[in-house]
Design a protein around this ligand. Structure first.
Ligand code: NAI
Length: 300
């Protein structure tokens, strides 16, 4: 509770313009949701091919959203007008908030933070969606670490209610308040957490997911583990969830927890082996399960 900043009477600068760096699985979902909630969103990708892929991904999400919300053509047009994908960095100068959602590699993220900081205004917030890296490592390459924080969305963004707002030692409490406000305006429930391995959710969730991975190492079939967990009341089995998150991302999370949780290292190694073999889960068509046209087919 001490971590939860008190609401202040002083008005906070409004967030209207958003730049999302990286339009992959998470960036595309965050961008689509923010545009649907009336923010102006620019997705910045690394090159023209990646920008095209991001456009397709976002268009798919917009259509899915429209179906779910029973949206009419007018609403669809509005969302499309609110959302742009580009590979140039011109939108940064007008951004109120920049959300970094590039690949989970510290060196890449640190470079993004260095590059972005040169182009944003004084009041712009700079956050990372990282699930396993220390936000502090990105904050320390900037000259204003007080405006850097983590904003950890969960996958799929449109359905997962929680957002972890991660503060470092340097994050300004007003920055946290603006982020809490932003998360609420997306219809999410934010929680403030320290910049520690796994934050809150992955630290608690991972022993459960990791134990399922351990059981596969012992030779149990994926469905043998997942089916009873679904019947127990989980919306997805643990191995199905790992496939959904991405085995590569999960390997990074396991790795980051290896100093905190027993057995995380063995799980990280198994997940790394799978990633190196191209078994990235749903996005590559194979993980603990095989996928056909993006739908789960059968256990490997
Ligand atoms: P992804 O691999 O689907 O997307 C990454 C995107 O970043 C790609 O489209 C790539 O072209 C782009 N990119 C790479 N370098 C770039 C640069 N310098 N400038 C602009 N774009 C660049 O990865 P995903 O799964 O979306 O993960 C992104 C971040 O979100 C990671 O930090 C990950 O840990 C985090 N995250 C992922 C979750 C998941 O379930 N996949 C859940 C929560 C957080």
């Amino acid at each position: 509770a001490a971590d939860q900043p008190a609401d202040t009477a002083e008005p906070l600068p409004e967030i209207r313009n958003l730049v999302v760096i990286g339009g992959g699985v998470m960036g595309a979902e965050i961008a689509q949701l923010a545009a649907a909630k009336d923010f102006h969103v620019t997705v910045q990708e690394i090159d023209a091919a990646a920008a095209d892929a991001a456009r397709k991904r976002i268009e798919g999400l917009v259509k899915q959203w429209a179906k779910y919300q029973h949206a009419d053509e007018q609403m669809l047009t509005k969302i499309r007008q609110q959302l742009h994908v580009t590979c140039d960095d011109t939108a940064l100068s007008k951004a109120d908030l920049v959300i970094e959602a590039v690949v989970e590699r510290e060196s890449v993220k640190r470079q993004v933070f260095r590059d972005v900081e040169r182009l944003i205004g004084d009041d712009t917030l700079l956050v990372s969606n990282t699930s396993s890296l220390r936000v502090q490592r990105m904050a320390e390459v900037t000259s204003h670490p007080d405006r850097v924080a983590g904003l950890h969305f969960f996958n799929p963004v449109s359905r997962m209610e929680l957002v972890e707002v991660v503060h470092t030692h340097d994050t300004d409490p007003r920055v946290l308040q603006r982020l809490l406000q932003f998360a609420r305006s997306l219809g999410k429930t934010p929680v403030v957490t320290a910049d520690s391995p796994g934050f809150i959710v992955n630290r608690v969730l991972f022993p459960y997911l990791g134990e399922a991975v351990q059981m596969t190492i012992e030779g149990y079939d994926a469905e043998f583990i997942d089916r009873p967990m679904r019947s127990f009341g989980m919306p997805m089995g643990p191995l199905e969830l790992l496939d959904h998150v991405g085995i590569d991302i999960a390997a990074h999370v396991a790795d980051s927890l290896s100093g905190v949780l027993p057995d995380a290292q063995a799980v990280a190694e198994r997940l790394k082996e799978m990633s190196e073999a191209g078994e990235l889960g749903k996005k590559s068509g194979q993980g603990f399960y095989l996928y056909k046209d993006g739908k789960m087919d059968r256990p490997v």
